[in-house]
Design a protein around this ligand. Structure first.
Ligand SMILES: Nc1nc2c(c(=O)[nH]1)N=C([C@H](O)[C@H](O)COP(=O)(O)OP(=O)(O)OP(=O)(O)O)CN2
Length: 162
């Protein structure tokens, strides 16, 4: 795409109009802020549980179960000496530990879901908060957790990441 340097354009939420904002090879030059969010790792796992949705006015008000697929995304801006943001194994282990609280449980019985319905949205939030407490540091943080209730239905929670 040809860039008219006479006009300001917006790129990643920033106005670019000055010579320093451009380079002749890539067009718009990334700012240090754009370069900061550089790495993302993701793991996928699953758990099985039963639930029912209160006040749903549908068949999901009845007791039923799912095999939820869970995706955890961690972002960060610094790698360790081994060149990794967070060891996949460490992330899987932390996620497994958190999932022990919900795996093969009747979710409505758990304290977290006494006030909140155990919807996929609230399950994603519960997992996000539990994982953030274990994983977040100055240079890496849980970015999102997605809970797939079936192969075509998923809810994602993006919390306060940093
Ligand atoms: N936004 C959300 N919607 C629904 C949730 C939820 O957690 N968040 N949960 C349910 C129920 O758990 C229900 O069991 C699943 O409903 P549904 O998607 O209808 O399930 P099916 O696989 O039976 O749907 P098909 O119609 O066969 O695709 C409902 N909604």
């Amino acid at each position: 795409m040809a860039i008219d340097k006479g006009k300001a354009i917006e790129f990643n939420g920033r106005n670019c109009s000055k010579e320093k904002d451009f380079d002749c090879v890539h067009g718009v030059r990334p700012s240090p802020r754009d370069e900061k969010l550089m790495y993302e790792v993701k793991i996928v796992t699953d758990f099985a549980a039963a639930h029912n949705l209160r006040n749903f006015r549908g068949r999901c008000e009845n007791l039923h179960g799912h095999n939820w697929k869970v995706e955890v995304v961690v972002r960060g801006d610094r790698l360790d000496q081994a060149g990794v943001l967070l060891d996949f194994g460490e992330l899987k282990q932390a996620t497994r530990q958190v999932l022990q609280q919900v795996d093969h449980q009747y979710l409505n019985d758990l304290p977290y879901f006494k006030e909140r319905n155990p919807s996929s949205e609230h399950i994603a939030r519960f997992l996000f908060e539990s994982l953030a407490a274990r994983i977040n540091g100055d240079h890496r943080w849980v970015f999102s957790v997605s809970a797939w209730e079936s192969k075509d239905s998923c809810a994602t929670y993006y919390g306060e990441s940093r």
